[in-house]
Design a protein around this ligand. Sequence first.
Ligand SMILES: Nc1ncnc2c1ncn2[C@@H]1O[C@H](COP(=O)(O)OP(=O)(O)OP(=O)(O)O)[C@@H](O)[C@H]1O
Length: 246
Amino acid sequence: MEVLKCENLKKYYGNHENTVKALDGVDLSVEKGEFVAIVGSSGSGKSTLLHLFGGLDEPTSGKVFVDGKEIYQLKKDALCIFRRRKIGFVFQSYNLVPVLNVYENVVLPVELDGDKVDTAYIKEVIGLLGLNKKLESLPSQLSGGQQQRVAIARALAAKPAILLADEPTGNLDSATSQDVLGLLRVTSERFHQTIVMITHNEEIAQMADRIIRIEDGKIVSGKQTLQIMDKNPNQKEGADCVEREK
Ligand SMILES: Nc1ncnc2c1ncn2[C@@H]1O[C@H](COP(=O)(O)OP(=O)(O)OP(=O)(O)O)[C@@H](O)[C@H]1O
């Protein structure tokens, strides 16, 4: 099932001779449960693409569908609600609320939406991310890797259709980056969670199911959706359940 799609997506900045074509006709489809990495050099258009997937910007032209809904057809308020319910964000700077403890940070988006917290699910997410013993801690009492794990748990709390991660390991050392990425992969497998992540780091990108390469606002490889077989949570992590791009 397709969860994210864009058609002929363009984002131009400036006008006339000063036009910057940040995205220049991107077509892409991401299936439910896929873990996709977007890589490309600085200025290639990665952040612009991720922001447009997240309903955080307006395209110059083209369409973005999340969970079957054409998001830029929605009015501003409706898009805001849709974003809160359907899209989880993880940024390089963890953006946790400093005066709230780990548990309060994780459930905050659900509570802000007036929804009932699915405590069994939250407990599982927290356990999977290894945060059980840190529930009462404030963000300032956590390491960078732990703070990013809280940010991932928070992004998953509302069971989003897609999780968008913008350089999620940008502030972490190499070993911690691998840990955090491993956990993102585990959550993708356990909850069949669709994840789109941008990264500069090739090693990190290799942990995704599919790598999309972008240059000068165009996709140069990784466009096709892979055949993802059932990501059985009982299988070993990294088991051969996903046919990687050749
Ligand atoms: N608000 C803006 N106004 C004008 N140009 C912009 C704006 N935002 C981005 N751009 C330009 O669009 C192009 C793509 O930028 P984008 O931030 O998407 O690249 P990126 O691949 O994410 O880069 P990086 O890896 O350095 O973050 C760049 O040439 C950038 O200068």
